[in-house]
Design a protein around this ligand. Structure first.
Ligand SMILES: Nc1ncnc2c1ncn2[C@@H]1O[C@H](COP(=O)(O)OP(=O)(O)OP(=O)(O)O)[C@@H](O)[C@H]1O
Ligand SMILES: [Mg+2]
Length: 174
């Protein structure tokens, strides 16, 4: 299934929509180049779950756990520096009791699970936006005035039986 997401707010809203369906044991991978919108989606997801602490890029840690009242915590993983399933496994994430979102998770799930939801985010132009100071928004530039808002296309692929009865997500089951 393909979605078109026009703005960062819409990306966060998609995360919130997804959050309504998630429970302990669920695993979502977000793929797409630097600045695709993976963290923006996760922020909306975390806010909708009501997690403690702001969801930001876990730049200096590989995984950050966000507890929440009366529900499974959100574990937000940045797998950019990981190259094998074994390295992801080494993080000792309590997958069964958490909702886990992995940025850059493609190809890292072999042997970890056969049931996950994968969102592949594409920027149509493909180019990083570089401002006059040489800092792109994706690389941590914080000058919102330079931010270019442009649509993303997302391919949703559901792996395993978990998702098949879940409305719009189920439509992505293969
Ligand atoms: N349609 C859109 N959807 C999502 N983000 C958008 C969109 N248009 C512009 N943006 C901007 O693109 C940037 C996406 O940054 P974000 O940190 O979410 O990307 P990321 O995929 O997590 O990058 P990284 O790989 O560096 O972790 C934000 O600055 C956001 O405002
Ligand atoms: Mg990110």
């Amino acid at each position: 299934m393909h979605l078109t997401i026009a703005t960062p707010d819409d990306m966060a809203a998609l995360g919130a929509l997804l959050a309504q369906q998630l429970r302990a044991g669920d695993l979502v991978t977000l793929n797409g180049e630097l600045g695709a919108g993976k963290t923006t989606l996760t922020r909306g997801l975390g806010e909708a779950l009501g997690v403690r602490g702001a969801v930001t890029s876990p730049t200096f840690v590989l995984a950050r756990t966000h507890p929440r009242e009366g529900g499974a915590p959100l574990v937000h993983v940045d797998a950019y520096r990981l190259s094998t399933a074994a390295e992801l496994d080494d993080l000792d994430i309590d997958f069964a009791r958490s909702i886990v979102v992995v940025e850059w998770g493609a190809g890292l799930l072999d042997g970890i699970t056969d049931e996950w939801l994968s969102l592949d985010i594409v920027r149509p132009t493909g180019a990083l936006v570089v401002d006059a100071l040489g800092a792109s928004p994706a690389m941590g530039g914080d000058d919102a005035g330079d931010e270019v808002i442009e649509p993303r296309t997302i391919t949703v692929t559901a792996h395993g039986d978990r998702w098949k009865d879940l409305g719009w997500i189920g439509a992505a089951s293969n």
